[in-house]
Design a protein around this ligand. Structure first.
Ligand SMILES: Nc1ncnc2c1ncn2[C@@H]1O[C@H](COP(=O)(O)OP(=O)(O)OP(=O)(O)O)[C@@H](O)[C@H]1O
Ligand SMILES: [Mg+2]
Length: 293
């Protein structure tokens, strides 16, 4: 497989990491390496991890670094080729047939084709990046179909012929691991498991993403979130929740709520499950800890 040394001018994992940081994404070295290798080898990147660890955002940041439009295919139960590839616009075809009368009409002209994300990405492989988000929500049948697509990057449209990408498009897949993906699909990709960031990185992310939050607040929130994640919660807070909790507590604090009261009152942006809330309520002071902010 030919190695493409220059992808968007990025020459190494370190350079990619710096470019991602400039795009407001703090990637750990392992993620930067996996993403760099996927790009250099022309393979899809498969990012797996718990909800809210930054999978979708990583893909978007990679797209931004490459100056490519991110075409997102959000997977769901029952997703099929019509939602992923293309559909014929029947109402428009019908209307055109009526208007054409006796005249010749090609009802399979491009104007009647509704391109869905996978076809769109094939048609613009140098300008776009395909994000196949939450692939674990799709069923096995769709996964098999995806595998075929990722093998040869071509789509056969029975009425018009085959659409083939001249070069392999950049593809990022994400999965929340609600089920195991097929071995064959994994094998085709460069794989990386995104973990929760360590406290230092998570505080940096808060400072990067939240507006006007003090570093001491970020540290206190990150420590509390770390303790919450160690509890048996149904929905442990993700990184987005950390960022929002820091912002919300800062807002309440600015309106006069003393610390850690502001922190405690803003818990609703960190925990969004009734049972989790009931479990945490009596332990909240201990979980929040005494850090001043
Ligand atoms: N490494 C990071 N650098 C900067 N921001 C991050 C990072 N990780 C997470 N975030 C922040 O966390 C938010 C949530 O991330 P994202 O939506 O990508 O998570 P996800 O893993 O796709 O979650 P889900 O499984 O719920 O779709 C992002 O909008 C971003 O603000
Ligand atoms: Mg996501």
């Amino acid at each position: 497989m030919p190695v493409r040394p220059v992808i968007g001018g990025i020459g190494s994992p370190g350079a990619l990491s710096e470019a991602l940081a400039a795009a407001q994404y703090d990637a750990d070295p392992e993620l930067a390496t996996a993403a760099y290798l996927a790009l250099a080898l022309g393979k899809p990147l498969l990012l797996e991890g718990s909800p809210g660890v930054g999978k979708t955002e990583a893909a978007k940041a990679i797209g931004s670094v490459l100056a490519r439009r991110v075409i997102r295919l959000q997977c769901f139960e029952g997703i099929d080729a019509a939602a992923a590839l293309y559909e014929w616009n029947y109402p428009r075809q019908m209307l055109a047939i009526r208007q054409a009368g006796e005249d010749y009409l090609n009802i399979y002209a491009d104007e009647f084709l509704i391109a869905r994300p996978m076809l769109e990405a094939l048609r613009a492989p140098e300008a776009a990046m395909l994000l196949i988000d939450e692939v674990d929500r799709a069923d096995h049948e769709f996964e098999a179909f995806l595998l075929e697509f990722l093998s040869d990057f071509q789509i056969s449209i029975p009425e018009t012929g085959t659409v083939r990408a001249p070069v392999a498009p950049v593809v990022v897949l994400t999965s929340n691991r609600t089920r195991d993906l097929h071995e064959a699909l994994r094998r085709r990709c460069v794989y990386h498991w995104i973990d929760y960031p360590d406290p230092e990185r998570e505080a940096r992310i808060v400072m990067m993403r939240a507006s006007a939050v003090a570093r001491s607040t970020a540290d206190a929130i990150v420590a509390a979130v770390g303790r919450l994640r160690a509890e048996p919660l149904a929905k442990p807070p993700g990184v987005a929740e950390t960022v929002e909790w820091a912002e919300a507590a800062t807002l309440l604090q600015r309106q006069g709520a003393p610390w850690p009261e502001a922190f405690r009152r803003a818990i609703g942006v960190a925990l969004k499950d009734h049972d989790d809330m009931a479990f945490v309520a009596p332990r909240l002071d201990a979980l929040i800890g005494g850090e001043a902010a």
